[in-house]
Design a protein around this ligand. Structure first.
Ligand code: FES
Length: 238
């Protein structure tokens, strides 16, 4: 079958405005959108810019908007979109475009970094390693699946109205270390989460949860942290 792709193009170094360019490729229904993108780049237009690495939903490089919904191009198949006449590919919303489908991830990563995504301990380290029981691991096992693809952040309606919101991905990483029993900063992490642009702007639209390619219950995790703040910091939470 022939599939028509309408792809967002913008090179800040040479284009005054963004535009869409259409490409037609032969594809089978079971092929991934990423396979089609590669064929377009290798056979039709080498100037097309997008990120990819693993091609198997592991590295998180190829998050983009596919027919209006944020997703990984390597996880979506041509047959997922047969209802539409053409498949539109755009960069993740709310991110500055570096080139075509490539966005600037600096601010996104800085927000995750602001959550101190690593263990902080005052105790002397054990001889070998900090151990975690299977029960304790269970508390964080869903959120550790995050691959930093930023689909959740691109899908979040709150990001549109409040660009200062830290966003769902940063909160997933905050959750991961808040409930890691090997960490020694529970209260200060909770204080950080109680800041005005941390958990509170989330209004439960569940878009982040819907698009997460790793099925992380993001909204549920954010709500859990809101409840924790109310419980542990009386008078501080909303
Ligand atoms: S290319 Fe690595 S997640 Fe898609």
């Amino acid at each position: 079958m022939e599939v028509r792709f309408r792809i967002f193009r913008f090179d800040p170094e040479s284009d005054k405005e963004a535009y869409f360019r259409t490409y037609t490729v032969a594809a089978i229904p079971e092929e991934r959108i990423l396979d089609c993108l590669n064929r377009i780049k290798w056979e039709q237009d080498g100037t097309l810019g997008y990120r990819m690495s693993c091609a198997h939903g592991v590295c998180g490089s190829d998050g983009m908007r596919i027919n209006g919904v944020c997703a990984l191009a390597c996880q979506k198949l041509v047959k997922d979109y047969t209802v539409s006449e053409e498949i539109t590919l755009e960069p993740l919303p709310f991110f500055e475009v570096r080139k075509d489908l490539i966005v600037d991830m600096d601010r996104f990563l800085a927000r995750i970094d602001s959550m101190r995504p690593y263990l902080v301990q005052d105790k002397d380290p054990p001889e070998k390693e900090w151990l975690q029981s299977p029960e304790d691991h269970k508390k964080v096992e869903e959120v550790i699946r995050c691959i930093l693809c930023a689909c959740c952040t691109g899908a979040c309606p709150v990001m549109r109205d409040n660009p200062n919101y830290v966003g769902p991905a940063a909160l997933v990483w905050a959750y991961r270390y808040l409930y890691d029993t090997r960490d020694g900063r529970f209260t200060s992490r909770l204080d950080k989460l109680n800041e005005p642009n941390s958990v509170w702007p989330c209004v439960n639209q569940f878009e982040c949860t819907r698009v997460c390619p790793k099925n992380i219950p993001i909204t549920k995790s954010i709500n859990f942290m809101k409840q924790e703040i109310k419980k542990q910091l009386p008078g501080k939470g909303k």
